[in-house]
Write a protein that binds this ligand. Structure first.
Ligand code: F6P
Length: 342
């Protein structure tokens, strides 16, 4: 078969391991031919792709980013008949199926294409770990490791200066990175979008840690807004898709803590550092398994479905499951963490 692969949406450590896993398995087992679209759906729309022979994926599993490039473009933008564009490309180039690696937006587009008759399978990815259809997404573990190491460093300098350190991590509508890295680093309060605390509650935990002689560490997910925040507290610009471009909640909280409690406070935004760099061993393994499973899905006519992790097994589920609901931090995980605050 001739299979096209693309990586779309925000990049994520492990994308190259998926590509490598798919190409090696397809080449060895089925003598498949692969092409890689540059910059996600843009490469399909513009006919911009490269061949992916086995030698092209040599050694890439341990490299971060994506050798194909990525973008947030989609074939249905500006009222275009996306399915027709993709079908024309596939017919002209004898492509039998597409493996789309991406987050909710990419998988939504993949499902729309599938419903219009395009043979496409999905591989879920996001550092935020917010896709309900899979237990973990690759990239998340790497992001948590990077964030944890950064938080350890912040604690050290915070201890030396007896300061409150406020660290902002990724997480648009869910706080998985904040929860896991904050828990690992022993944060004194973690602010999740799912369970908004008031500014008073945050200050209460900071004061209690400080009064015990600790340098308080506050971890805040970028999408967090305090429960009692006044209207317009965080006034984000919108990106080209109308989504808030987050960043800045830590800088907003630190001076408030300092003013209310008289504790010198500093803010750090980890930002895209969490998405760059080499994937952890865990993410390389998960991504490789998903890549090999995606090839099986193509060969078993599993179009309209995506591969997923359930427990320790790789399974496949309808693409619609990925776009139906966001995987929020559940209350029991919040309760078990909250008891450790302060
Ligand atoms: O959705 C994944 C994510 O990393 C979010 O955590 C973050 O808000 C967003 O992407 C950043 O997007 P961009 O790379 O387009 O700035």
């Amino acid at each position: 078969m001739k299979i096209g692969i693309l990586t779309s949406g925000g990049d994520c450590p492990g994308l190259n391991a998926v590509i490598r896993g798919a190409v090696i398995k397809g080449d060895k087992l089925f003598e498949d031919e692969f092409i890689g679209y540059k910059d996600g759906w843009r490469g399909v729309i513009d006919g911009d792709w490269m061949t992916l022979p086995r030698r092209r994926v040599r050694g890439i599993g341990r490299i971060g980013g994506t050798i194909l490039g990525t973008s947030r473009s989609n074939p249905f933008a500006d009222g275009e008949d996306g399915a027709e564009i993709v079908r024309r490309h596939m017919d002209e180039n004898d492509v039998d199926g597409i493996i789309a690696i991406g987050g909710d937006g990419t998988l939504f587009t993949a499902n729309r294409l599938f419903e219009a008759g395009i043979p496409v399978v999905g591989v879920p990815k996001t550092v935020d770990n917010d896709l309900d259809a899979t237990d973990y997404t690759f990239g998340f573990n790497t992001a948590v490791e990077i964030a944890t190491e950064s938080l350890d460093r912040l604690r050290m300098t915070g201890d030396s200066h007896h300061r409150c350190m406020v660290a902002e991590v990724m997480g648009r509508s869910v706080g998985w990175i904040a929860l896991h890295s904050g828990m690992a680093a022993g944060a004194h309060v973690i602010c999740l979008p799912e369970f908004p605390l008031t500014i008073g509650e945050i200050c209460g935990y900071v004061k209690s840690a400080f009064d015990r002689g600790r340098a308080p560490l506050v971890v805040v997910a970028e999408g967090f807004v305090p429960k009692d925040a006044p209207e317009g507290f965080m006034d984000y610009d919108l990106d080209e898709f109308g989504r808030p471009r987050f960043g800045g909640i830590a800088q907003a909280l630190a001076p408030i803590i300092e003013e209310r409690l008289g504790i010198e406070s500093r803010a750090t935004v980890l930002g895209h550092i969490q998405r760059g760099g080499e994937p952890t061993g865990y993410d390389r393994v998960l991504a490789t398994r998903l890549g090999t499973a995606a090839v099986d899905l193509v060969h078993h006519n599993g179009f309209g479905r995506m591969v997923a992790l359930r427990g320790t097994e790789i399974v496949d589920v309808p693409l619609t499951e990925a776009i139906d609901s966001v995987k929020a931090v559940p209350r029991n995980r919040w309760d078990e963490m909250r008891i450790l605050f302060g």
